[in-house]
Design a protein around this ligand. Structure first.
Ligand code: B16
Ligand code: MG
Length: 290
């Protein structure tokens, strides 16, 4: 059973600092120049998604050449870099500095996993690099959020199992990515945006390690399948509701497994040295075909 968080992985934009506003202004400038309507509400859909995908959302079905797409993205990035040039440690969102200090003191690893290719520049300006054990950015992996790759890559670099990583995110794509990676999730912001997170807070102001830990209810997991331990894991991975229980054997079966479904209070009456629950029919073998 695990309930221990060994690492906290923060998204950057919208979690550590409010660069989402700078992304918005940079995209909006490009959109204005190109005569494309782009509102603050549209910008919400850009949270946590890559630069390329952001451009596609902005284009909303309009088609431009690949060459123009590259030029447009470079222009937007140029506007964005101007925006972030003035960032200082004062731009850390409320609650971030004290939470980083608390996590560090508790010996919990800290990482940032951002879809932004500018993440390292932002981190340098915020002067938090020394508090981080690792930072993954938009060039660390090929497939961006909502694919789990960036978070899995970060966990590998930290040397922590995904189930013991807690991710703090402000975007639906990021929560989806972290869940797909098998991590515990804390969502920030309007709950509709991050509703699927294990816990949701409006912001990090006042949030402490104990509050993050509440998101990590216990879970039972088997990291590596070892045939010699299969009976033990079948037992601890049993599911039941107090009346009917099924051992956690593989549905597709495995040599030597001990599949069993047992019903509370229904006993074998075979005279053996101790009374046993009777084996009920194996429902896991049922196949439903449409
Ligand atoms: P860049 P995060 C994301 O950062 C932003 O939320 C998203 O709006 C942006 O398009 C993306 O980074 C790529 O950023 O153009 O700088 O490479 O939330 O994952 O920290
Ligand atoms: Mg974000």
């Amino acid at each position: 059973m695990e309930n221990i968080i060994e690492a906290v992985i923060f998204d950057l934009d919208g979690v550590i600092t409010n660069t989402s506003e700078s992304h918005f202004r940079a995209w909006q400038r490009l959109a204005n120049e190109e005569g494309i309507p782009f509102t603050r509400a549209d910008n919400e859909r850009l949270r946590g998604v890559s630069r390329r995908q952001s451009l596609e959302i902005l284009l909303a079905g309009r088609s431009i050449s690949e060459e123009d797409a590259e030029v447009w993205m470079a222009r937007k990035n140029c506007y964005y870099l101007k925006e972030i040039a003035a960032l200082t440690p004062k731009d850390l969102l409320p609650g971030v500095a004290s939470l980083l200090t608390e996590l560090q003191a508790a010996g919990i690893k800290i990482a940032i996993a951002s879809a932004s290719r500018n993440a390292l520049a932002v981190i340098a300006r915020l002067r938090i690099k020394d508090q981080l054990d690792f930072c993954a950015d938009g060039s660390s992996v090929e497939r961006q959020k909502p694919a789990p790759d960036l978070y899995l890559y970060t966990a590998r670099q930290l040397g922590v199992r995904p189930a013991q990583c807690l991710v703090v995110e402000d975007a639906a794509a990021g929560i989806e990515a972290a869940h797909a990676a098998g991590m515990i999730t804390v969502g920030l912001g309007p709950s509709a945006q991050v509703a699927t997170a294990d816990s949701v807070f409006p912001h990090l102001d006042g949030v402490q390690l104990k509050d993050l830990s509440n998101a990590a209810t216990w879970r039972v997991s088997e990291a590596i399948f070892k045939p010699q331990h299969q009976h033990h894991h079948e037992t601890i991975l049993s599911i039941g509701n107090g009346y009917l229980g099924t051992r956690g054997a593989f549905e597709e079966r495995y040599p030597g497994d001990r599949q069993a479904t047992l019903v509370h209070g229904i006993w074998d009456d075979t005279p053996i040295c101790f009374t046993e629950l009777a084996n009920a029919p194996d429902w896991t073998a049922i196949e439903i075909r449409v």
